[in-house]
Design a protein around this ligand. Structure first.
Ligand code: SF4
Length: 409
């Protein structure tokens, strides 16, 4: 049976771009922006092509990692307009987890089946140059088998400055202390004009790229990210993706690309009117993931959908719009939660598996480097983290309220 659907009104240029993508032609930033603007039936064509390319790049598995986020301090010298997590060091809500507490959390995570801890935090004033290394050594002592995915390029720049050494030397020190991979956060949008509007004083776009290249050059792989849905236009997103693509063509060091929707609720730049947009709308979220897949096809095989930004229902839908990975269980998600994301701090392994299985995908637990640890066929029993009482992990709100780990210089 031939099913004929009229594509009347669809821009013929969109059809040509999609045909080219299916034939293996690289999509330019300008073409990607045209795909982002597609609506109506043309929009579904973009999704269908992204889904086909997802199948070719990553197959039918939907992966996730069992991990824990440890955001060891919210005290930060910067004031990024999108960040509701950071606190000035004089504020009562400022906290700093000592290395022993970070290590305790890592050990607890490992005992519950986690293979990774994700370590990211604010930039405390007057930081000791060896703080990050000390934290890593404490983690490795408490949980020797756990992978440390830690320190964004912004933190690497800050840590190197505090230690008084160059970036390459500092990366070597972090690696010696136990860091396995870096999160490619602090990328936001790699356009200096946009960065100057949303986060003046932050690491520059060129600075981000140069630290990522230095990490890849040192054999340290990283993720790559993009925060979208604030003051940027479609072309800024697709130029960002094209820039990520060209870095990957040279270094091969990215494990994944993660589009992160802007959470506006508590963001200072939304409250003060610098950004009037309340994040991306539904079609925009779908298309951004689809265009990421189409532009990165054959270059970066893993496109992650973020349940903490988009919620579980939209995340499932994104599995049909180019995404093949569901991210991590997180356990103590704080950064999106503080920005107003209402999707909770923890996704249990059974929830990850259900999200995948309900869409007919094969749920698979992976490690940070996308090695498959287990495939699930259904009928498996609960894991340790499935049965854990979430109250034992504490929440971000409790942490800032209790004053137990109040920051003091
Ligand atoms: S995004 Fe990071 S660097 Fe910027 S204010 Fe928040 S914690 Fe600080």
């Amino acid at each position: 049976m031939a099913l004929e659907v009229s594509l009347e009104g669809a821009d013929p240029a969109v059809c040509r771009i999609l045909e080219g993508a299916l034939a293996g032609r690289q999509v330019t930033a300008e073409e990607g922006a045209a795909l982002l603007a597609a609506r109506g039936r043309a929009m579904y064509m973009v999704g269908a092509v992204a889904d086909e390319l997802r199948r070719r790049d990553a197959g039918e598995e939907a992966t996730y990692v069992v991990n824990r986020n440890i955001n060891f301090t919210n005290v930060c010298v910067k004031q990024c307009g999108f960040c509701a997590f950071s606190r000035d060091h004089r504020k009562e809500e400022g906290y700093m987890l000592p290395a022993e507490e970070v290590a305790r959390r890592a050990r607890e995570a490992q005992e519950l089946g986690a293979t990774e801890v994700c370590i990211q935090a604010g930039l405390p004033p007057g930081m000791d140059g060896d703080l990050y290394e000390g934290i890593c050594r404490a983690i490795k002592e408490a949980a020797p088998g756990i992978h440390i995915h830690g320190f964004s390029p912004e933190e690497v720049a800050y840590g190197a400055r505090a230690a008084g050494v160059g970036i390459e030397e500092y990366l070597g020190r972090l690696r010696d202390a136990g860091v396995g991979t870096l999160p490619g956060t602090s990328a936001e949008i790699l356009d200096q004009g946009i960065r100057d509007r949303i986060s003046p004083g932050r690491l520059s776009a060129d600075g981000w790229e140069s630290i990522i290249r230095a990490a890849h050059g040192a054999g340290i792989r990283t993720t790559s990210t993009m925060m979208f849905g604030h003051v940027e236009e479609g072309i800024h997103r697709t130029r960002h993706i094209a820039r990520i693509r060209s870095i990957q063509e040279e270094t091969g060091g990215f494990t994944e690309f993660v589009p992160l929707g802007f959470v506006h609720d508590e963001a200072p730049m939304y409250a003060d009117g610098r950004c009037a947009r309340a994040g991306a709308d539904g079609p925009d979220v779908l298309l951004t993931h689809a265009v990421s897949r189409i532009m990165l096809h054959g270059i970066i095989p893993n496109i992650q959908a973020s349940w903490v930004k988009e919620g579980p229902a939209l995340t499932q839908l994104l599995l049909w719009w180019g995404a093949n990975d569901l991210g991590g269980t997180l356990i103590n998600e704080s950064i999106s939660t503080s920005a107003g994301s209402g999707y909770g701090q923890l996704a249990r392994p059974s929830e990850m598996r259900a999200m995948a299985a309900q869409e007919g995908r094969i749920p698979a637990e992976r490690d940070t480097g996308y090695n498959i640890l287990r495939r699930f066929g259904g009928g498996e029993g609960p894991e340790a983290l499935d049965g854990a009482d979430a109250s034992r992990f504490g929440s971000y709100a409790e942490l800032v309220r209790s004053g137990r780990f109040r920051y003091s210089r």
